[in-house]
Design a binder for this molecule. Structure first.
Ligand code: IVH
Length: 702
């Protein structure tokens, strides 16, 4: 290779191209054809040159560079794939009654009469990782992980090695659709898992806790030859973007999947009604232990696709599907200590330190005790023998205390009234409307409390918030400790401060960093200098503002400027701005108060000023921009006959309209059903366009 030091970036680009090409060719003959064309040492030399070149010219590092797929751990991972149709998650039911309630909600939403039965398709809930596989004219072209549901990672190369993942649709009966995204679960069978761990133990490799972790670890290998060497399987159970759908029920579509050559789970079946579905759950649960793959529950889906599409989804889960998880696994152990953790909103959470015990194959040594009231209610004490349970990924919990085994000298646990981190008073708030004391004790230290500050930062960069690649909770913790990052804005000034002359704390000199990892971190941070409004609002970590409420606010205010100025102007919780907030369908008093409290706090305003000097918040992009009602405000009143109110509302919101509960000068349409009263009168006074149901449906169908 030419002299690196004197190379121009133009020259570097050319050398890089040649190197990448050569290495790819050798990879091909080595991994695919098992027939290396050059000695290993020569190959290693090529790779070394590539790494040196990329270290000198980091702009040449692309996700598909061979440097990213073999050898030293790469800092940048897979390419991103945007899911055109979001990958949803599922709501959970924990009892048969909750399943019946689920059916009730569906009936009410669709306005079904008592004679009409809702058939469900019951499928085992496979404990693996969901993936989306894109097929163009029946040929596999791309595969992706779920990611945050909107953007996943490109794992095409890794998926090629998965058994029962056809690279081409089978069955020539009908031509395959132009485009079809198959969705399902990648998993590892129990037998393959045991075999893998045995081999790993022999070679001194990583031992996996369960098949799911093994599948995840294997699938997310940047070196896809490793993935190929591990046995992964796939069950198809859903679909994303599709040019046409081969059937009118869930069962028909899955039958088509089977004809195309996919594995669909053999225990899945159509149930004529909810009682049959509950029976199906029992049957599957009985078979669970015999299966050669882990399942963690049963999923019920409305079988009729037309109903599925009318039901749509709320936030991140479809209204037409639910998962009934199997009861959690339990074990008995002793509480050795109770520690108090302080969260982002100042909540003091007691955590039981347990004598380690294996629950369902995982060693558990901590369990959450939730809050002070929970400890009092169950009278949980240090030294108690308790039953702990864990279900899936959730934090283990203490279910009951064995009083017979309680030590004679035990005393009730005394919950601290001061924050163990900053020493501020920790108090239980009294709810103004109910007059009841909160179950949770909170630290009053706000941002002076280190725990709250760190937890807020962790939330800020978490997956559903800013999601900065390579900047995780551990790193935030250590940057905070060293004074490098104390506020969200500090994340974005990190590079500038790092480069300041005389700085003795260079990041590249930290353990585990170096030039390249540092560059990658700064790039990943720069990638997030533009954030969508809903993510940004969620990232602020305001109490009660989860993803759903963040989206409601984003949809209503559309831009951060508008949201901030309106919400900062709510000094007495009485004016128009506060009324507008409360008027948002789905925002109640507790949420409204938390939001206004946040914006009234000077320290938060300062934090926002600093942060907005660094990042741009992009306006909310209402879905279906081109619909006639996008961005319009609509109020529904009176008795609706053509559709239930819930379905009307969901449809309107899906088209980008804002649904409000009361008429104001800002209302664009009042849709009046039978017996409309005061709202109709007010709409007429304010000259708001009044439509009947049919007129509204005509308007939105255009
Ligand atoms: S349906 C809209 N069906 O469970 C459809 N999911 O908790 C959403 N899963 O992310 C998924 N088995 O990874 C569906 N038979 C099944 C499933 C299943 C496992 C997983 C999937 C999903 C998660 C939701």
């Amino acid at each position: 290779m030419a002299d690196l030091k004197n190379m121009t970036s133009e020259e570097a680009k050319e050398v890089h191209l040649t190197l990448v090409d050569t290495i790819r060719k050798h990879d091909e003959s080595y991994y695919r054809e098992d027939d290396p064309a050059i000695p290993d040492a020569e190959y290693d030399e090529l790779r070394k040159q590539l790494l040196e070149l990329e270290a000198r010219f980091p702009e040449l590092v692309t996700p598909d560079s061979p440097s990213q797929s073999l050898g030293v751990a790469p800092a940048k991972g897979f390419g991103k794939v945007k899911h055109k149709v979001s990958m949803l998650s599922l709501d959970n039911a924990f009892s048969n009654d909750e399943l019946r309630e689920f059916e009730g909600r569906i009936r009410r939403f669709l306005g079904l009469g008592p004679a009409e039965e809702v058939a469900f398709f019951a499928e085992p809930k496979i404990d693996g990782l969901s993936a989306s596989l894109r097929y163009k004219k029946g040929r596999f072209i791309q595969g992706a992980t779920r990611g945050d549901g909107k953007v996943g990672e490109d794992i095409t190369a890794n998926l090629r090695g998965v058994t029962d993942l056809p690279l081409e649709f089978a069955g020539a009966k009908a031509p395959p659709p132009d485009l079809f995204e198959i969705r399902g679960e990648v998993y590892m069978s129990k037998a393959d898992f045991l075999e893998l761990n045995k081999a790993q133990a022999e070679s001194g490799g990583k031992i996996f806790a369960n098949p799911r972790n093994a599948a995840a670890g294997s699938l997310r290998q940047l070196d896809h030859s490793i993935t190929a060497s591990r046995k992964l399987s796939f069950f198809a159970y859903a679909w994303g973007e599709a040019s046409s759908v081969p059937g009118q029920t869930q069962a028909e579509v899955l039958a088509a999947f089977k004809n195309w050559g996919f594995s669909v789970n053999p225990l899945s079946e159509v149930c004529a009604n909810m009682e049959e579905a509950i029976d199906a759950y029992r049957k599957i649960e009985e078979l669970r232990a015999e299966l050669d793959y882990d399942i963690d529950g049963v999923v019920f889906k409305v079988n009729r696709l037309e109903w599925q599409s009318r039901l749509g989804f709320v936030s991140r889960s479809p209204r037409w599907a639910i998962a009934h998880k199997f009861p959690a696994e339990r074990a008995t152990t002793i509480i050795e200590d109770i520690e108090i953790q302080v969260g982002r909103t100042g909540a003091l959470t007691p955590v039981a330190r347990l004598h380690p015990v294996t629950v369902g194959g995982v060693v558990v040594s901590n369990a959450t005790l939730h809050n002070e009231d929970e400890i009092i209610r169950k009278d949980i004490r240090i030294g108690d023998t308790v039953v702990v349970q864990r279900a899936g990924d959730v934090i283990p919990q203490v279910v009951e205390v064995n009083l017979e085994k309680r030590p004679k000298d035990s005393a009730p646990y005394e919950f601290p009234t001061r924050c163990p981190i900053c020493g501020s008073h920790a108090v239980k708030e009294v709810n103004e409307t109910t007059g009841k004391e909160d179950a949770v004790r909170r630290c009053t230290g706000g941002l002076i409390c280190r725990a709250q500050a760190v937890e807020r930062l962790k939330h800020f960069i978490s997956r559903n918030a800013l999601d900065i690649e390579g900047l995780g909770a551990k790193l935030i913790e250590s940057f905070y400790q060293d004074g490098l990052i104390k506020t969200p804005a500090d994340i974005f000034t990190l590079e500038k401060r790092d480069a300041e002359p005389g700085n003795l704390q260079r990041i590249k000199n930290r353990e585990g960093f170096g030039e390249k990892a540092t560059r990658n971190l700064f790039d990943a941070i720069d990638d997030k200098r533009e954030v969508p409004l809903d993510r940004f609002v969620y990232a602020l970590g305001i109490r009660h503002i989860g993803q759903g409420n963040a989206r409601l606010l984003a949809r209503n205010y559309l831009s951060f400027d508008k949201l901030r100025s309106s919400l900062s102007d709510t000094s007495d919780n009485a004016g128009d701005a506060y009324a507008e907030l409360l008027d948002i369908d789905g925002i109640g008093a507790a949420v409204a108060d938390a939001v206004t409290e946040f914006f009234r706090e000077d320290r938060n305003q300062e934090m926002l000023d600093d942060l907005l000097a660094e990042v741009t918040v992009t306006d909310f992009d209402p879905p279906a921009q081109d619909s006639a009602v996008a961005g319009k405000t609509v109020v529904f009143t009176g008795t609706l006959e053509l559709m239930t109110r819930q379905e009307m509302k969901a449809k309107a919101e899906g088209l980008g309209a804002k649904v409000s509960g009361s008429i104001s000068a800002k209302t664009d349409y009042l849709v009046a059903g039978a017996n409309a009263g005061s709202k109709l009168k007010k709409a007429k006074e304010l000259d708001v366009t009044v439509l009947n149901e049919q007129e509204w449906l005509d308007l939105i169908s255009n």
